[in-house]
Design a protein. Structure first.
Length: 238
């Protein structure tokens, strides 16, 4: 059995494809993670499709839907879903080891309020999510691509921010967390030029602290290294 499952085709019912919104620079998938994909995808996975999702049909209820883009190994996302039974969660990831780990965590927790899409986030948002259907979008520790020549690879840019704004309900929340001040400032300067985003910081910059989410692996690492965490939170007035 091949350990590299990123191929432009379907395999075991999963649409597999290299991403283009942010380039994966991670290690290979383990046998255990691949086994979790094969065994648990049918419980939590949603294949990419050129059709808007009906969240009431997907989750069997009308609870608010929270989208997390790039959930890493999924431990924080699963823990959040466990503690938020009255909310539904949709996770998007292009990192196969993270997909495998998240599926295992979700299965062990017997979750019914979490679904996962393994595909490029831009395409999923554009083709699978209707406008004004998400109560919150969270993006924790996106790759900052610090070198100037790589800035074009950043996921959070003007066009992307305008796309996701349309998907939020009125008063819906966009929450971004990063440990890169340069990236945080870049996001702030970009979003200031987009109408209908209201910065929830009293200083119109960053939130001093935020306890609305569980710490991710990257956040814990940043804390160990004594790096400052930047929480950016915006409310949709679209």
């Amino acid at each position: 059995m091949k350990s590299n499952i990123i191929t432009p085709k379907y395999k075991n019912g999963i649409f597999l494809r290299q991403n283009k919104s942010f380039i994966s620079r991670k290690g290979r998938i383990t046998k255990s993670q691949l086994k979790s994909i094969h065994e648990y995808w049918s419980f939590f996975g949603i294949n990419y499709q050129l059709k808007y999702l009906n969240f009431k049909s997907v989750f069997k209820n009308d609870y608010p839907v929270i989208l997390e883009i790039g959930f890493g190994i999924g431990d924080a996302l699963v823990q959040t879903a466990i503690n938020s039974a009255n909310k539904n969660f949709l996770g998007i990831e292009v990192y196969p080891p993270g997909i495998g780990s998240c599926l295992r965590f979700a299965y062990m927790a017997n979750l019914s309020n979490l679904k996962i899409v393994y595909y490029n986030a831009v395409d999923v948002i554009e083709n699978m999510i209707s406008n004004h259907t998400l109560s919150k979008i969270q993006i924790f520790f996106p790759d900052p691509w610090p070198k100037k020549k790589h800035h074009k690879r950043r996921m959070i840019q003007d066009i992307f921010l305008k796309k996701i704004l349309k998907k939020l309900i009125f008063n819906g929340i966009l929450h971004i967390v990063t440990d890169s001040k340069e990236y945080a400032d870049y996001i702030l300067n970009t979003i200031k030029n987009i109408h209908c985003y209201l910065n929830m910081s009293l200083t119109d910059t960053y939130l001093e602290s935020c306890s609305s989410h569980f710490s991710t692996k990257f956040e814990k690492k940043a804390c160990i290294l004594n790096k400052k965490i930047f929480n950016l939170m915006f409310q949709s007035k679209y």
